[in-house]
Design a protein around this ligand. Structure first.
Ligand code: FES
Length: 491
């Protein structure tokens, strides 16, 4: 009964609150630094384990600042409501008051439980003893100072700003910030829900609300049947979470075969050089026709016949971005692509025949080089040269999903400094405790992987030119990596 008075938080909400990964939190629990019960942690224990927690440290105030523009309708905000800063302050103050009330109630409850326990003893207490017990307990309940920084108040504030969604049947979770749509939030968190148009027409993003409430944030033309209405179906692309906790039944893609082949015409948004021999091509799909794919997959890119020189030019490339990156599709395209089928497209990009705002046809997705979401093993990624493109997508996805025990990246190149995005890799390693990065020469790679005994217990993802990945794959198998845990993408 006493436990029921405490404030319990799910692991994902606690991690969200602290601004750390769920894996880092789980590690503290495993190390015995924090108690958990049935997948929940006590807010008081959390405060004890992270005494330095405050608004700025947790990043939550910054997050609040960033999402406040979306939190309320502009007209209401400007004409009726106080400023967002004022509202945020008030919510925080109310959260503090609420948390203090909860703490006081907990202390009174403990006092009554102690009295009750004393009364249950065979020897009836004398009135003086009871009075002393009561006075002592009351003095303690009233004198205990509030903690300097309050997890309860922070949580109350975050509950207003971000809703927690649990997905059935997978059990996965994500947070909805401000009034973003359920679809956008789910994709950002690395989920692969079923969807199509992204703007309320096709009905493919239907989900059933099992618990909690949603509200529409954009109009939709899709008409639900009476049965669907009765079963609380909503469109994930058109509504957001109203309650701070929401449970949805969602159709998710679990494997590449669950995703249909699609054709989309995207616009060139940016082209920039990543070193002398690799170009980054940034495409953006239309709002109403996004490309659905899994991290690590390939697509075919084509420029239409007659665009400049009257010929059709195609090439197959790995998407380097993650599906969580909204409408953006990023590709790392090497000069003199060794694959005959892709060489022409690569040449068009390098000699300037593909330009900003051009239309590029995208069709796919292809391939099975995707993360095994259900695997609890550490993740090891090995990229050879521009094999980094699909690896980049997988890493972004793994970070979004926040389920990997640890992530190790080896990026090998035949040229010194051939790792064309070193700062990004270093930034991952600096920002994430569980991430390590090593740049090395191609010739060093077999010895390095051969000497790493931990690889046998990891899921290993290897990508690079077809003729280069073979020997590395053999070295990995010889090092004890089980074939089922080795995923190879020959480009
Ligand atoms: S994706 Fe088409 S209605 Fe939501």
């Amino acid at each position: 009964m006493l436990a029921a008075m405490s404030q319990w938080l799910t692991l994902s909400r606690a991690a969200h609150l602290l601004g750390i990964s769920r894996v880092a939190l789980q590690r503290r629990i495993r190390d015995g630094e924090l108690a958990s019960f049935d997948g929940m942690v006590d807010a008081t224990d959390l405060q004890r384990a992270w005494p330095q927690l405050d608004l700025d440290d947790s990043g939550s105030f910054e997050k609040t600042r960033a999402i406040r523009e979306d939190a309320f309708a502009r007209r209401l905000r400007e004409r009726v409501l106080p400023t967002q800063e004022t509202l945020a302050q008030r919510i925080f103050v109310q959260g503090q008051e609420l948390a203090e009330l909860q703490r006081t109630l907990t202390r009174y409850h403990a006092l009554f439980a102690a009295l009750r326990a004393r009364l249950d003893q065979p020897q009836v207490p004398a009135p003086a003893e009871l009075a002393a017990l009561l006075d002592d307990g009351l003095a303690r309940a009233l004198s205990e100072p509030p903690p300097p920084r309050d997890v309860g108040a922070l949580d109350a504030m975050l509950r207003v700003m971000s809703a927690h969604v649990t997905v059935k049947p997978s059990g996965r979770e994500f947070f909805v910030e401000g009034s973003e749509t359920l679809l956008k939030a789910a994709l950002r968190a690395g989920l692969a829900p079923n969807y199509g148009c992204g703007n309320g027409n096709c009905g493919l993003c239907k989900a059933r609300v099992v618990a909690g409430e949603t509200r529409d944030v954009s109009p939709s033309d899709y008409r639900f049947s009476e049965a669907e209405k009765a079963q609380n179906h909503v469109l994930m692309c058109s509504c957001t979470a109203l309650s701070s906790d929401l449970t949805l039944e969602v159709l998710e893609a679990g494997a590449p075969e669950d995703i249909p082949e699609q054709r989309v015409v995207a616009k060139v948004r940016r082209i920039d050089a990543l070193g002398a021999d690799v170009m980054r091509l940034h495409l953006q799909t239309p709002r109403s026709n996004r490309l659905r794919f899994l991290a690590g997959q390939r697509v075919t890119l084509g420029i239409r016949a007659g665009i400049r020189d009257g010929s059709d030019v195609h090439g197959e490339f790995s998407v380097a971005s993650c599906p969580c990156d909204d409408r953006n599709l990023i590709f790392h395209i090497a000069r003199n692509d060794h694959r005959a089928a892709s060489a022409d497209f690569s040449a068009c990009l390098f000699d300037g025949r593909i330009r900003l705002a051009d239309d590029v046809s995208v069709w796919g997705p292809w391939g099975t080089f995707v993360l095994e979401n259900s695997s609890p093993r550490p993740l090891v990624f090995i990229a050879l040269e521009d094999g980094f493109a699909p690896i980049n997508s997988l890493i972004e996805h793994a970070i979004a999903v926040d389920a990997a025990e640890s992530i190790t990246l080896y990026w090998a190149s035949a040229q010194v400094g051939g790792q064309y995005l070193p700062n990004q890799c270093r930034a991952w390693a600096e920002a994430l405790d569980e991430f390590s990065y090593r740049a090395l020469g191609v010739e060093e790679l077999p010895a390095v992987v051969g000497a790493n005994a931990a690889l046998a217990g990891s899921d290993v993802y290897l990508a690079g030119a077809a003729q280069s990945v073979g020997p590395i794959a053999e070295a990995l198998l010889a090092a004890g990596v089980p074939p089922a845990q080795l995923h190879v993408e020959p480009l």
